[in-house]
Design a protein around this ligand. Sequence first.
Ligand SMILES: [Zn+2]
Ligand SMILES: [Zn+2]
Length: 596
Amino acid sequence: MTESIEASVDLKTLERDERLARMRHSAAHVLAEAMVGLIPEAELGFGPPTDVGFYYDFRLPRALTNDDLLVLERNMKRSIKRNHHFLMERIERDEASTYWGNQPFKLELLSELEDENITQCSHSDFVDLCRGGHVNHTGEIPPFKLISIAGAYWKGDENNPQMQRVYGALFETREELEEWEKQREEAQRRDHRKLGRELELFTFSEDIGQGIPLFLPKGEVIRNLMESFVRQQQEDAGYQHVWTGHLVKKSLYERSGHMQNYESSMFPPLVDGETEFFLKPMNCPSHMTLFNATAHSYRDLPLRFAEFATLYRYEKSGELSGLTRVRSLTQDDAHIFCLPEQVQQEFSNSLELIKNTLETYGFSDYRVALSLPDSAGKYIDAPELWEAAIQALRNAMEASGLEYVEEEGEAAFYGPKADFIAKDVLGREWQLSTIQVDFIQPGRLGCVYVGEDGQDHTPVMLHRAVTGSTERFLGVLIEHFNGAFPLWLSPVQVVVIPIADRHHSYANSVQAKLKSEGFRVDVDLRSERMGAKIRLAQLQKIPYMLIVGDKEAEANSVSLRVRGSSSAETQDLGETQIDELLTRLLNERESRDIGP
Ligand SMILES: [Zn+2]
Ligand SMILES: [Zn+2]
């Protein structure tokens, strides 16, 4: 038997991530083996490990079915039982070309390899072109499950052939795998695309175009409330709101550097004679232009411009996904122009604003990634400014008491930044808010203030977004709350349910009373049974149901039902006086209570 060029490894001695990566990578080999067993004409793409398992891309003469997954899984388990060793070998290009002669994707991968890096791995009688990183034998592959089939372009490029991708989940123990499966089912139940449809929040239309969400009345209520909440906090924190429209001339983006760095994320220009306009992909150059519209002294700083701006970004159609990846997005964007010595305070204030906002929405578990330049300092053309800023950011982070990690080499070209990564109720992480310090762009666009010395100076600029984009944040919120929004955010906060026709006028008077306090209240006047009306209100996840009949009409009260913490059940709180109800609603709305 040939000697493997890959050393045998004691898995127990490896870090968990490394161990899992080897197991997942090895499982992908076994999946490819099973596929060739099932469909001998299969053309193999590649099969990397993922965060939860592995996948493999294939071009196949027919579409795979869920039954195929079962067969593949069975065949994989058989191969795993046989403890086949993984054998890595270096081979000559000629030999490899002959071997992969009828596998076009493998030939393409082969052509991209240097001669000395051509290695293959075999187990049983299956061979794959591979760089290495396996377990010793198939018997070391732990519990796994094939979970889905998806379409994917070869190498993710839509000009390339379409492949079929088989996804697997793999964890070290059966318990971990089952836990992951449970969580996945819960995530599917909460999928914001599904809930968005059921709750009539938003829609997409082929007539409008991919990646452009359309908000139905109930969705727009929520959007508006989310924005008002941030707007109010910004006003309290000394921001000024501005508006800069949708189109910007190309020449501005040439000066700001966006044409060089960002063009692939922009839609093609609109042309008017000699002038090219772009749909705005970000606000920074527009806000700097606004800054330049008036003269500034050091006494005017910090100056904080905020805007809820709809931006347009070119995303490949294959990468669009519900509200979380769209082509038109509304950013709660702000730019703070300040003196170098104000960076720390402004950064602290932004941290505070973001922290308040995330916690109001119930994201209490989050961490901050502080991205710094690498120590080689390749970004730096004003090293003493950067050094001071990095120290200011560290001080602000320490003072905030937030958990943070420093990531060297991850800074933007114009300065260090802090990204907020929040965990939702299912433990999934979302990158939401961001604060970035910018030493470069204000100078490029000629932003100046007159300093104490009477000379012109360039301000430092902070870019800052609280929820990131309203669309994406709403998508995350829908799943986080499972569609059962807290009272202050619910599109319909209260439904009044009359028991019989003769109670309609009392029901209407209850509605009018609550509406006069600014609540969003429906009355269900349909001639349905009460049980059916309650069920509909539950499906719509309305926080409060007020049932009114003879007794309630007489006593100026309601029979109160409250949506439970899991929205399927309701809690019956019995007869409640209108005034008592009103106090409860007002308190809950005012405090933006998110409930149990
Ligand atoms: Zn391999
Ligand atoms: Zn910006």
